[in-house]
Design a binder for this molecule. Structure first.
Ligand code: DX5
Ligand code: ZN
Length: 226
């Protein structure tokens, strides 16, 4: 994975057909997805449950791009090796998930993955000032995590603050929640380069009718780069 700040669209499989992940991933990559975003929820850190390392490992072989795993779980540390074994390229933990984000980010890199740190809407940019050099990606949540299809919360000021904190360091700024062609320009202008999109990427399409996936991705990318 070479670093660049061009706009990348990362469809979230939270909005795909859960009974058909392999084919859904292959379809959306063929339609232009840059990364695949994988949302892991534990019913404790967030009020919803999705899936764990065995499923993540099973879908790995269908992903040709980048497997971007977003952990909405607490604790994180006991599961880091399992997600490394599952083949995650990037593993993102929430700063709110425990008292030792510094240790967690070190452990993620130590297990051979890129390390991401996610911030809930109520958490300030400054909370990660002292761990930025341990991070390859900062994920700014623009919804309260737990569910797809929620209304976008404008975090432009936080994104701008992070962008200037990061400076020239090779750290991605990812936006997660409510990204669509209307909201993408705001976050791109503020300094984001990775746009997660669940409902706005998968809307209207299916494995047997994948063209809408491509139209959706192109619309988000065009809006973000305009
Ligand atoms: C929310 C998840 C998101 C979600 C985004 O907790 O982390 O990745 O899938 O879905 P949309 O794009 O529909 O808001
Ligand atoms: Zn996510």
């Amino acid at each position: 994975m070479t670093f660049d700040r061009s706009i990348k669209i990362a469809p979230s499989i939270l909005a795909a057909d859960f009974a058909n992940f392999g084919a859904e991933i292959e379809a959306i990559e063929a339609q232009g997805a840059d990364w695949i975003h994988v949302d892991v929820m534990d019913g404790h850190f967030v009020p919803n449950l999705t899936f764990g390392p065995p499923l993540v490992k099973a879908i790995r072989k269908h992903i040709k791009t980048v497997m971007d795993v977003h952990l909405m779980i607490s604790p994180v540390d006991p599961y880091i090796d399992a997600f490394a074994d599952a083949g995650a390229d990037i593993l993102t933990a929430h700063v709110e998930a425990g008292p030792h984000i510094h240790r967690t980010l070190q452990a993620i890199r130590g297990a051979g993955m890129k390390a991401g740190v996610a911030l809930n809407p109520g958490t300030p940019a400054e909370s990660i000032a002292h761990v930025l050099d341990l991070a390859d990606l900062v994920c700014v949540m623009t919804v309260n995590p737990g569910f797809g299809g929620q209304k976008f919360i404008d975090m432009s000021a936080k994104i701008e603050t992070l962008r200037s904190m990061i400076g020239d360091r090779p750290i991605h700024i990812e936006i997660d929640g409510g990204v669509d062609p209307t909201t993408a320009p705001l976050v791109a202008k503020a300094g984001a380069d990775v746009l997660v999109a669940g409902s706005a990427a998968f809307r209207g399409g299916s494995v047997s009718n994948p063209e809408p996936y491509g139209e959706n991705i192109r619309a988000i990318r065009a809006a973000a780069t305009a």
